[in-house]
Design a protein around this ligand. Structure first.
Ligand code: DGJ
Length: 729
């Protein structure tokens, strides 16, 4: 709900559990008054305090009123150069060479429904589900105009934000930063949680109190990156899974980003999030506009777990455009760790046959099927079937797979080119590279300049015959290196600062056109595993390969970190062979199954080499996953313990919306002799209901299970897995 109080010039957004407010203050400065647990409303600007603070300047209109300073008052969208020395949300170089932007209120309106952002990912919602507030600001001297957009998904406790910048002046200007989100807090102790890591170990939470100065996370790699994720949280120091005030900030963007928090001299805090300014400079001619990507906020008065569940619901219902929404998605087998580049029609057919016998429903041929791609130094860009490996092409293979009762899918990496490829030989100038510089290679490959229309058109025309293969159901869209040598032949020297963002826009256009032309295809995103696991990609690819690390024990950490924002149904997770390819660790097939099951679920191993017991176990896992599919994929997700902390087990749980069914999954740690007894405390149950555990005789009260726990049998061996299925009587 949006309330516009024109008497007091106060604009308030309410969701079920939160309230957000801004006010047009003196001199037309748009001040931020509140974001927190839901309030009745009213004018909350009584919270703002004014004082004459040395070295904090006052706007010209304030005359000698020295208590009004942009540097000390909470701003709704902070500009730079006019007296606010804290982190800016917007920076621009104007025609006169100055970098002064001073924004004042110019109007506001509210409407039913949620705004959309052409060419950019955004949460979607109909008129019954969302409202939009649009607030206009203006820098009178330059004519630069800013439109702040707010989408309120009340039932989901989600407030989205986006920003349009218009050059309303008569001369060009250069935009150096246009953040999607600026959020000021009055003095309060806050912890910042970022999700950091590296290739094959993504999204490990790091939490630290905000200290004076600037801290944050970001990427300048041209992709959201393995190293940091465009999702951060701020919370009270005491906040945990179940208690305390928490804020989530999610950027729907897949390129270089920055999320920075600053604690200022008076202990106010500011969070700014958006496209990374380091690789960004956008020229706006008079009349032109720039749209910053969307950010989405959740305020959770009741802990980090509830914050995550709010994001999960909103992403599932209002971001994912899954062609199989409402249908059960197939359990897949992916050929990568089963065969790498070493396959031909015969070995693939054999793998497919073994997979089908076990109940696998989708067979995915990963890298190596096209051009002269026998290793990762060649072939990218040549999107035609290697008929030497696969006589009869995709059509024959698809038909064979379908005859086994499975769907068929393939891998592509359309944004890249190998120097050893027909595409590169014909169009070496299509790779990102600056004049007179040999570009850096990553995984021995170069990046195509998809900011250029003709390159995008070529990619689409090369993919089209492949994606048109009758019976093709699934595509894994990979990207295996970051951007370097960012220079585009299509842009003037003055506009080279636009390439990184134009690359992302080009990517979104490609994905959208593939979606439009092939609406039945399920597209799984991937970037060397989880290098582009972000909400921007999820708008086009409703699931993303979580990590190249398939080790179940490392996956406990990766999936735990990922779950702070992203739902289980978006997390690509597979069972792979042991010893694990990335860690050399061996854990039981049962444990690997339990971990992968809290994801999109599939296998990535040569199942033909499994013995009879393993085959039976795989059949059992697939049946179990199918049985609990809805609960696992759409149930409310609870983190029970952290895999980063010492303890008898790592546990997590899905609960049905009516709280009558729950699945608790646990993986123990390394074995300890003569260990203490352990119990698990499920969450989110109905305290008044009686639950049967794993179909046993006894029933247990929900309150006792949650508060006193359920004892676990003592275990021998490392990393044992359990699942407890709880069903209310
Ligand atoms: C990186 C991906 O993350 C892997 O799953 C696999 O598809 C390889 N690329 C193929 O080259």
């Amino acid at each position: 709900m949006i309330q516009l109080d024109w008497n007091n010039q106060v604009f308030t957004l309410h969701t079920r559990a939160s309230t957000y407010q801004m006010k047009v203050g003196d001199y037309g400065v748009l001040l931020h008054t509140y974001y927190g647990p839901r309030l009745r409303g009213g004018d909350l600007s009584y919270l703002l305090q004014y004082a004459d603070r040395g070295f904090s300047p006052n706007p010209a209109e304030a005359g000698h009123n020295r208590v009004f300073s942009l540097d000390t008052l909470p701003q709704e969208y902070a500009a730079s150069g006019a007296g606010d020395y804290r982190l800016p949300a917007i920076q621009a170089e104007l025609a006169d060479g100055s970098q002064i932007v001073d924004l004042r209120f110019a109007g506001a309106e509210a409407r039913r429904g949620k705004y959309a952002l052409p060419g950019l990912p955004a949460f979607f919602a109909g008129e019954a589900e969302a409202d939009t507030l649009s607030v206009r600001l203006e820098d009178a001297a330059s004519g630069l105009r800013v439109e702040l957009l707010y989408g309120v998904l009340e039932e989901y406790d989600l407030i989205t934000r986006a920003v349009r910048v218009v050059n309303g002046g008569s001369a060009p200007l250069r935009l150096g930063q246009a953040a999607s989100l600026c959020l000021d807090f009055l003095p309060a102790k806050l912890d910042l949680i970022t999700f950091d890591g590296r290739h094959a170990m993504e999204r490990c939470p790091a939490r630290a109190p905000l200290r004076p100065g600037v801290q944050g996370a970001g990427s300048v790699r041209g992709m959201s990156s393995h190293q940091h994720n465009p999702f951060v949280a701020l919370c009270e120091p005491g906040a945990d899974e179940d208690r305390g005030l928490c804020y989530g900030a999610l950027l729907l963007y897949s390129g270089s980003f920055q999320a920075e928090a600053e604690r200022d001299q008076f202990d106010n805090s500011r969070l700014v999030m958006g496209i990374h300014p380091r690789s960004f400079c956008w020229t706006l001619e008079p009349g032109e506009e720039f749209t910053a990507p969307e950010a989405a906020l959740v305020c959770s008065p009741d802990g980090l777990g509830a914050m995550s569940r709010r994001y999960h619901r909103a992403i599932r219902d209002h971001l994912l455009r899954d062609p199989w929404k409402g249908e059960r998605k197939p359990v897949l087998l992916n050929s990568w760790e089963a065969a790498y580049f070493n396959f031909n029609a015969g070995t693939l057919a054999e793998l497919a046959r073994s997979a089908a016998e076990l109940g696998v429903e989708l067979f995915v041929m990963d890298d190596g099927w096209f051009g002269s791609r026998d290793n990762d130094r060649q072939g990218l860009g040549d999107w035609w079937v290697n008929e030497e490996k696969l006589p009869g092409g995709l059509e024959r293979l698809t038909a064979q797979v379908q005859a086994l009762g499975m769907k068929f899918g393939i891998w592509v990496e359309p944004e890249m080119v190998s120097e050893d490829s027909a595409l590169y030989r014909a169009h070496s100038d299509w790779a990102l590279a600056a004049p007179n510089r040999a570009p850096a290679r990553g995984r021995s490959q170069l990046v195509l300049d998809i900011s250029r229309r003709e390159v995008r058109e070529h990619i689409l025309s090369a993919l089209r015959p492949v994606l048109s293969c009758p019976g093709l159901s699934y595509v894994k869209w990979d990207m295996n290196r970051g951007l370097t040598d960012v220079w585009s032949a299509a842009l003037s020297p003055q506009r080279q600062g636009e390439v990184c963002h134009r690359y992302v826009l080009g990517l979104y256009e490609l994905l959208e056109r593939v979606r439009q032309e092939f609406p039945h295809l399920l597209i799984e995103g991937c970037a060397g595993g989880g290098g582009r696991f972000d909400a921007g990609m999820l708008y086009y690819t409703p699931q993303i390969w979580c990590s190249d690390n398939t080790d179940a024990i490392d996956r406990l950490r990766i999936q735990y970190g990922t779950s702070f924002c992203y739902p289980v149904c978006a997390m690509g997770a597979h069972v792979s062979a042991v010893p694990n390819e990335q860690t050399g660790r061996s854990v039981s097939l049962e444990t690997r199954g339990v971990v992968a099951m809290s994801g999109t679920f599939g296998y990535e191993m040569d199942v033909g080499r499994c013995g009879p017991e393993e085959r039976e176990e795989i059949r059992r896992q697939i049946r179990l996953f199918q049985k609990y599919y809805d609960l696992i994929q759409t149930g409310d997700y609870y983190r029970l313990t952290s895999p980063f902390e010492e303890g008898p087990f790592t546990g997590w749980q899905q609960v049905s919306a009516d709280r009558r069914r729950a699945l608790v999954s646990l993986v123990t740690g390394p074995a300890r002799a003569n260990a203490p007894f352990a119990a698990v405390r499920p969450k989110g149950l109905d305290p008044d209901a009686m639950y049967r555990v794993n179909g046993g005789e006894a029933v247990y009260p929900g309150d006792a299970l949650m508060r006193a726990g359920y004892p676990l049998p003592p275990q021998m061996g490392d990393y044992r897995a359990f699942q407890l299925y709880l069903e209310a009587e």
